[in-house]
Ligand binder design. Sequence first.
Ligand SMILES: [Fe+2]
Ligand SMILES: [Fe+2]
Length: 281
Amino acid sequence: MEKYLNKGIKDLILEFPKVGDILNEYNIGCVPCNVGSCLLKDIIQIHNLSSEDEEELIVRIARVIYPDRKIEIPEIKRKARPKSKEIKYSPPIKRLVDEHALIKRWLALIPGVIEKLDIETKEGADLVLDGIYFIRLYADRFHHAKEEDILFKYFDENLDIIKTMHEDHEAGRAHVKVIIEALEKKDKKAVIEHLNGYKDLLTEHIKKEDEILYPWMDRGLSIQQVGELFAKFNEAEEKIGKEVVDRCKRFVVEAEQRIQITKVPRSPMKNNGCSGSNFTS
Ligand SMILES: [Fe+2]
Ligand SMILES: [Fe+2]
């Protein structure tokens, strides 16, 4: 079994497809991952399952690999387990989780944006563009930049889990680029397809970070590193400007009001600074 714990997960699933089904049952999404060179033992450690789930998972995988043998289950070394299901984040990581909450509020508005989509008029196109500027400024230039330029640098960026996060960020940027081009071409179908694509991608990405990546990173950071991160995040916030961050928060509040008022005529949304060409990059 030790041999298979040290094997890349894609190769293992290729050899034993049932292993992929078992991992899925524990919400460990290795099958759709494009990278797939994580070792089985790393995957078990990163997801920090309860002792019972971990043992059960290994036993089930062992039965697939060695159906006729009694297997001795090796212990996988890992950092301290949380005592309860509730995730406790360090202060700097908690800030990233809070930023996710704001991004998720805009993602939740996307079905409403699509429902009233009218890209033939400037006002209709602006409804999408305002959200795109929020994504570019807040989700990407502010939040993703803190992850890529600061947080991820504390870890081995060759790890699949981090490579996957980078790939998600790039895929998100690609969706945004296509949405802007589709708006210019007045291609409504493509706008809808890529707005939905972005929503699905980011929803899943944020879930992975909140539930798997960040807790795993928190377990690996020293107290000194947590302090450094906090200071570096403050610097990043100062660089973009607290006022800009506050305007982005107000943008989401106003967008929620604006999208909800779907059936009655509304006055154009006032420029709150988190929309329009001020923030295109
Ligand atoms: Fe991310
Ligand atoms: Fe994130």
